[in-house]
Design a protein around this ligand. Structure first.
Ligand code: C2E
Ligand code: SIN
Ligand code: SIN
Ligand code: FE
Ligand code: FE
Length: 404
């Protein structure tokens, strides 16, 4: 199968495969896999579907054309499932486990069983033409999903059909990437299970909440970073670790008593003091830092209830291990680490728009009024502006990770 590839291309693929093993977060990994597969085949767009409960669920989308449009990012948060059968190209490839090249998705002809669903194109005003779909196979011939690469481009940016050697490169690459994808998926599942243990005790906070907080946080960060001229490579590296670190902001609640977590109604001052300890307890879990990832998780766990105007908690903490901790004067403004300021906003937006043991969910307009009203008080004003400027993306995330 390698025969159609030049030595250089193979070397490049192997080099990337090696890089992939270093990426921890499943979304960053899918992002990288798709980007490289598209780069090798000069394609405008692509998606990765992973097999979940015997269906193909769309897990990752890229689209350069839509990204050039002002409101493009929201289309990346699609949420659809395709059956493994011969009715769609992706389903057919999952069924047959063989790559498929299509010159024009809008003229498939009557000779093939599958059709093309134009509904995404119609909402996004996109035209899918050439499509290359490959199975993602892990070890022991297990199918883990499919990768679909869309609209190969020539030098002038015109859509052209994929070539035979694109199929070889993308399929070869898909096979090498599948193992890393499987590993990252397991890491994500283990983390979700850890969070799940905490949630067993705080039943109003669902997995959907942490998924949303993670996704809001990386999108707020990305726009903030683009506004501040942070290089794209760095943005990607941060996204990789920020999502998981943000998802873990409340792990310290595992050590808080059930009576408090499940209390219906307001906490008295002594109880609230106990509750505030969750930020210290969370930071303790990551204190023996072995990686950037632990550092970020510790920083977020400790500081996600600080407020821009200094009225938050826990304030300056010399030693998270000390037992006699008392809240001090809050950190203020940029004393609060950026990532904690971001998670503070994501977390409160989500807490207000959800139901909790102690509160009903607020209407969306009331939540937005609150956030605007707390600009420069509870929240970093710059981040509130960023949040409002990507509000369409925030809503798309909210729909994608609705309560389950
Ligand atoms: P949480 O439920 O995840 O809430 C996160 C943060 O969202 C809160 O941090 C607060 O900043 C904001 N928030 C949530 N609900 C409201 C609200 O109704 N009004 C306003 N203005 N802000 C709200 P906070 O206050 O530091 O609380 C941390 C955690 O302590 C909460 O996490 C929750 O687990 C617990 N908690 C706080 N207040 C109460 C309460 O009155 N009763 C109970 N049972 N638990 C509470
Ligand atoms: C879809 O976008 O719904 C599926 C495309 C395909 O036919 O594979
Ligand atoms: C950082 O990346 O945490 C520094 C940027 C800031 O805190 O404003
Ligand atoms: Fe918290
Ligand atoms: Fe939370």
């Amino acid at each position: 199968m390698v025969s159609g590839l030049t030595k250089n291309r193979v070397a490049a693929i192997l080099k990337i495969t090696e890089d992939l093993n270093r990426i921890k977060d499943i979304d960053s990994l899918l992002d990288r896999v798709l980007l490289e597969a598209r780069r090798f085949s000069r394609a405008d767009a692509g998606s990765i579907y992973l097999l979940e409960n015997r269906k193909l669920r769309i897990n990752y989308v890229q689209n350069d054309t839509l990204m050039r449009k002002e409101s493009g990012v929201k289309f990346l948060y699609q949420n659809h499932e395709i059956a493994v059968n011969d009715k769609s190209m992706a389903g057919y490839v999952a069924m047959t486990r063989k790559p498929l090249i299509i010159a024009d998705a809008y003229s498939l002809g009557d000779a093939v069983p599958y059709g093309f669903n134009r509904s995404f194109d119609e909402t996004a005003a996109y035209r899918t033409r050439s499509v290359l779909t490959v199975p993602l196979m892990a070890s022991q011939n297990r199918l883990i999903g499919v990768m679909q690469i869309i609209n190969a481009l020539d030098e002038n940016g015109q859509t052209v059909p994929f070539r035979g050697d694109d199929e070889l490169v993308v399929a070869y690459f898909a096979n090498h990437a599948a193992g890393s994808i499987e590993k990252a998926k397991m890491t994500r599942e283990i983390i979700l299970r850890m969070i799940g243990i905490a949630e067993l005790r705080d039943p109003e906070e669902t997995g959907a909440h942490v998924n949303r907080v993670g996704a809001y946080s990386i999108e707020i960060y990305s726009r903030w970073a683009a506004n501040h001229g942070v290089p794209e490579g760095e943005i990607k590296n941060v996204r990789d670790i920020l999502r998981i670190a943000a998802m873990l902001h409340d792990v310290g609640k595992v050590a808080i008593s059930d009576t408090l977590l499940k209390k219906r109604g307001p906490l008295d001052p002594g109880e609230f003091m106990q509750m505030q300890k969750h930020v210290i307890l969370g930071a303790r879990l990551f204190r023996n830092s072995t990686s950037d990832w632990d550092d970020m998780a510790a920083e977020i766990a400790l500081n996600h209830h600080e407020k821009w105007d200094g009225s938050g908690y826990p304030g300056k903490v010399d030693d998270v291990s000390a037992d006699d901790w008392q809240p001090g004067p809050g950190k203020k403004g940029e004393e609060i680490p950026l990532f904690a300021r971001i998670v503070a906003l994501s977390d409160v937006y989500d807490a207000l728009s959800s139901q909790r043991a102690y509160k009903e969910c607020w209407a969306e307009e009331k939540v937005l009024d609150y956030i605007r009203g707390q600009r420069g008080r509870q929240f970093d004003p710059d981040l509130v502006d960023v949040f409002l400027s990507i509000y369409d993306v925030i809503r798309a995330i909210k729909e994608k990770y609705g309560d389950n």
